[in-house]
Design a protein around this ligand. Structure first.
Ligand SMILES: CC(C)[C@H](C(=O)O)[C@@H](O)C(=O)O
Ligand code: SF4
Length: 465
């Protein structure tokens, strides 16, 4: 029988199957960060259970840390405790911990792939909803709750129900100024925040095959924003090229065997899916959100929908969103002034994103009324950016080039957009107060964020390409 990639990974990891019950599945790797791991360690300690495979875990700090220069001094006592606790838990349990200045610290979903830990055919978890990012490598990767995290730490296994699989294909040609971020935003706008619920998405087709690993990660990262458990892409030569010579990638001596093994996970031709979605990208423009969930998004050249265009069951959400965002139906997105702009996060804080931004802003200035934060996703990204002189380009333009972390993606650390201020952001969530209490968030691609930071208002980056 022809199988899709999810069925193949599932079969390779299935340990026990009992009709009417959840199945026991092997989990190959766990990523840990300071926000969701403490309780899992506590549970194991109380029950005197040792970590089964400490070397199939890594831990790092990303969410609550400062991104200023002297970041090792954490002023907020709750954040300081979280970081210290993870440091201790990792040490006590012999789990590799990537601390400040280790060269490997960063957002978990940026460092896993960058270090070559995330590999095709694996199952991988983290107490974090954007674990789907790793799916770009043909990995079944998803976020788990703290008790599930403790199950994995204790046993290397998890109870799971066999997932349904949705095939998504982007059809058409990528337009100038349109990026992977715009494509995934268009999918979410099309199927809604619940459109992927109960499914794992496999992104397929020519447009995906032609994407870099960075672009594929951006696509998979936002799978959760339409309710999917995970998103993934069958591995190919782009995947293997990216993995070659990464610090934790397997040795090149066995490369051919490995490639054969990894290739065996690719979805078979004519395999079946539970449902299929086509997204037409032929005429599309760069996207931006106007509301308070990622599905409330339109093309920049368009106007915010009028109440009459909204379906009955979405009316309440629509009114609440516009009320919070201080916007009105019929307003042109391109006329909306912004105060802040943010480049970073596990969606768009990678080197390729910074390169695109640097190319646009070189020899230009950030608009005088805009504060622009550029936060590399990891120490690796930061070092590479410095090596290429990108930091200098950003600083010369008047941006704040900061140390790696989640930063303004969520107001859980010192970086916050002040109340009443409007931010255009390369992140994945525009929930009420996400970037700081009372702040307004507009999601967009890094190119759109930079173009807007230059103009001082929401702007399409098309003219730069
Ligand atoms: C803090 C963490 C649990 C959370 C998540 O699971 O996604 C965060 O990373 C986010 O992006 O909202
Ligand atoms: S960068 Fe944002 S979305 Fe990603 S893990 Fe951090 S807080 Fe979550």
């Amino acid at each position: 029988m022809n199988k899709n990639i999810v069925e193949k990974i599932w079969d390779a990891h299935l340990i026990n199957e009992t009709p009417g019950q959840s199945s026991v599945c092997a989990i190959d790797f766990a990523f840990l960060h300071e926000v969701t791991s403490a309780q899992a360690f506590q549970t194991l300690k109380e029950r005197n259970i040792e970590i089964m495979f400490p070397h199939q875990c890594i831990a790092t700090i990303d969410h609550s840390i400062p991104t200023r220069k002297n970041r090792t001094e954490i002023y907020d006592s709750a954040a300081k405790n979280q970081v210290e606790l993870l440091r201790q838990n990792a040490k006590n349990n012999a789990i590799p911990f990537y601390d400040f200045e280790s060269g490997y610290q960063g957002i978990v979903h940026v460092i896993g792939p960058e270090l070559g830990i995330t590999q095709p055919g694996m199952t991988l978890i983290c107490g974090d909803s954007h674990t789907a990012t790793h799916g770009a490598f043909g990995t079944l990767a998803f976020g788990v709750g703290t008790s599930e995290l403790s199950h994995v730490l204790a046993s290397g296994c998890l109870l799971l129900n066999k997932p349904k699989v949705m095939k998504v294909e982007f059809c058409g040609k990528m337009q100038k100024g349109v990026f992977a971020k715009d494509l995934i935003m268009k999918l979410i706008a099309q199927i809604g925040i619940g459109g992927g619920t109960g499914f794992i998405i496999e992104y397929t087709g020519k447009v995906i095959q032609e994407m870099s690993m960075e672009e594929r990660m951006t696509i998979c990262n936002m799978s959760i924003e339409c309710g999917a458990k995970a998103g993934l892409i069958s591995p190919d030569t782009t995947t293997y090229q990216y993995l070659l010579q990464r610090p934790f990638a397997p040795s090149e001596d066995h490369w051919e065997n490995l490639v054969n093994y990894w290739n065996s996970f690719k979805s078979d031709e004519n395999c079946e899916y539970d449902t299929e979605v086509i997204v037409n990208i032929q005429e599309m423009e760069p996207m931006v959100t106007w509301g308070t969930n990622p599905a409330q998004a339109i093309e920049i050249s368009k106007e915010i929908p009028e109440q009459t265009e909204i379906s009955q069951n979405e009316k309440i959400m629509y009114e609440k969103a516009l009320d919070y965002m201080n916007l009105k139906g019929g307003m042109k997105m391109g006329d909306i002034p912004i105060d802040w702009a943010f480049i970073g996060s596990c969606t768009n804080g990678r080197i390729e994103d910074l390169r695109i931004c640097a190319k646009i802003i070189q020899n230009k200035k950030v608009h005088p009324s805009v504060t622009l934060f550029i936060v590399p996703g990891s120490e690796g990204v930061m070092q590479q950016a410095k090596k290429e002189g990108l930091d200098k380009i950003f600083i010369d333009a008047g941006a704040d080039f900061r140390m790696p972390g989640c930063s303004l993606c969520l107001g859980m650390n010192d970086d916050k957009v002040p109340a009443g201020k409007r931010c255009i952001s390369s992140t994945n969530r525009n929930f009420v107060g996400r970037q700081g209490t009372g702040s307004f968030t507009h999601l967009a691609s890094p190119a759109t964020v930079i173009a807007s930071a230059i103009e001082g208002k929401i702007s399409s980056p098309k003219k730069y390409f």
